[in-house]
Design a protein around this ligand. Structure first.
Ligand code: FAD
Ligand code: SF4
Length: 476
């Protein structure tokens, strides 16, 4: 096992993300040694460390003189390209094994996708339910329907209090890593205070129990809600553990299903949660490997604006943006709707360059790895793939954010003002986006309604929208 500098800095990852991964690696190495495995481990600050996977593997090959190298397929195209060079560089056979921490292998995804004109997640998800038997009663979906999304759109009320976050106190191994990260990556985005991610399998299993017991019953109802100073709501906070292998997708789905079968959580919560893991998570991975490397190069909406600096500093008057970025800085976490409908929506409406936004998302979240970050940002958020992943852009005005959150209550802008002084920027940016991208979007049947509304607006109003958006974008 090797900690390598290249992986910690090829994007400037959040400090907590680096600490989380290094600490989990060191704990895992210890557990293996306790079970009498021989572990050859190089640390980031070892004098001899060459700082890259290839460099460290070359050194290890010189030490151990193996007959062959066996690795698991990686989570990133960039690393796969590196691995493909190893047989020649090392003069050894290299066996790349299937990553069995997923429920759908890449080969099976390829078979599912073959001969399909569109790859809609919902069909993939149903297939996965059938194939795994998760949340099934024989041939039928539990509760009689595949999807209970329509029940999952509640705003958080004052009377509902989300549970405390599950936390693990740093032990000496983690404290060492926190020191290392403070010293070496002090200028990276994000704070380390209150670091409490689980770093062992045992702790991750406790985090899963905590979620199932305390949050899952309300997960569905408040899945799309956002609230000031409530960064976690009823979300699982399990993605970092799933993505580095401390938890496995089947056991997580099984724990949720058991909660439903024992009457502890309702079907809308459990189905909504299972869909994220069995559906979205497996689906975006399949799309990533099916479509890379071309996928990353598309830019269907010709977005070419640099990423505004406030994505890093949080300095903006837009309360929803400032809060989401502050949560991200503090926790290396924001939940899905913050990522999609706040920072993502803003980037879509303002036409941020895909590569710059992708780098931001890859850097700032503890759960971010290319196979899952890229399809979500490039496809779901930016529609840069032209609709391969999402059937329409997730563009929304301030009204959506106002309906689903309390951010607007304390914002200097008003979601009710559409244009002129005090208007919420999401409002005029939304209509500006529809006007600017009309040629590309208006034939999409799911965009008919917004274009009809746009066409009912007077010429003067449309002109005013364009003017205010232009002035705002120039200042950006
Ligand atoms: P919950 O809301 O409790 O959901 C449960 C689980 O479902 C998650 O743990 C996760 O494993 C899975 N999941 C939910 N939505 C998705 C999705 N769209 N794609 C894949 N898995 C999903 N997720 C990552 O794991 N890594 C990323 O780098 C990442 N980047 C994202 C970037 C953008 C722009 C967007 C819109 C979403 C991104 N997501 C990413 C998906 C999702 O936002 C996170 O998985 C989720 O917020 C993790 O928090 P949670 O564990 O509390 O999730
Ligand atoms: Fe965000 Fe607009 Fe609401 Fe302010 S008014 S919080 S900018 S949606």
């Amino acid at each position: 096992m090797a900690e390598v500098a290249q992986e910690t800095t090829y994007v400037r990852h959040h400090k907590q993300k680096i600490a989380f991964i290094l600490s989990a690696m060191r704990h895992f190495a210890e557990e293996l040694r306790e079970r009498n495995f021989v572990v050859d481990y190089s640390r980031l600050d070892d004098a001899e460390n060459r700082g890259s996977f290839t460099g460290e593997l070359t050194r290890a090959v010189a030490r151990h003189r193996p007959e062959r190298v066996v690795v698991t397929e990686p989570g990133e195209w960039r690393v796969r390209a590196m691995m493909d060079l190893w047989p020649e560089q090392l003069h050894l056979p290299v066996e790349i094994r299937t990553d069995d921490r997923f429920l759908c292998s890449l080969a099976d995804f390829g078979l599912w996708a073959r001969d399909r004109k569109t790859y809609r997640m919902e069909f993939f998800y149903r297939e996965m339910r059938r194939r795994t038997g998760i949340l099934m009663d024989g041939e039928n979906p539990c509760g009689g329907r595949w999807n209970f999304d329509a029940a999952n759109r509640q705003r958080l009320s004052h009377t509902i209090k989300p549970p405390e976050r599950f936390g693990s106190a740093p032990d000496p191994i983690t404290r060492d890593v926190l020191e290392l990260v403070r010293a070496r990556f002090g200028d990276h985005f994000g704070g380390l205070e209150g670091f409490s991610w689980a770093v062992t399998r045992r702790e991750a299993l406790s985090a899963l129990d905590h979620f199932v017991l305390k949050a899952l019953p309300f997960f569905g109802d408040y899945q799309d809600a956002m609230a000031l100073h409530e960064p976690f709501l009823f979300h699982a906070l399990l993605s970092p553990y799933l993505n580095i292998g401390l938890l496995l997708p089947r056991e997580v789905c099984q724990a949720a299903e058991d909660a439903f079968r024992h009457g502890h959580a309702p079907i809308n919560a459990v189905e909504g949660f299972v869909r994220q893991i069995l559906g979205w998570r497996e689906y975006v991975r399949g799309i990533y490997w099916l479509e890379m490397p071309h996928f990353a190069t598309t830019n269907a909406l010709a977005a070419d604006r640099p990423l505004p600096w406030f994505y890093w500093s949080g300095e903006t008057q837009m309360n929803c943006m400032a809060s989401t970025i502050a949560d991200t800085w503090r926790n290396a976490y924001a939940h899905h709707i913050q990522r999609l409908m706040v920072t993502g929506n803003f980037a879509l409406l303002t036409g941020i360059r895909p590569a710059e936004l992708e780098e931001w998302y890859l850097a700032v979240y503890a759960d971010a790895f290319d196979w899952v970050e890229l399809p979500n940002t490039h496809g779901m958020v930016l529609y840069a793939d032209g609709g391969l992943l999402a059937s329409k852009p997730y563009a929304a005005s301030g009204a959506y954010i106002n309906t689903m959150s309390n951010y607007c209550d304390t914002c200097p802008y008003s979601p009710k003002i559409k244009i002129g002084p005090g208007a919420c920027p999401f409002n005029f940016l939304y209509w500006n986006f529809l006007i600017q991208k009309r040629a590309f979007l208006e034939r999409n049947p799911r965009m008919t309604m917004p274009y009809r509304t746009l066409d009912r607006m007077s010429q003067d109003r449309r002109r005013a929208i364009l003017q205010q958006a232009r002035a705002f974008l120039e200042r950006l």
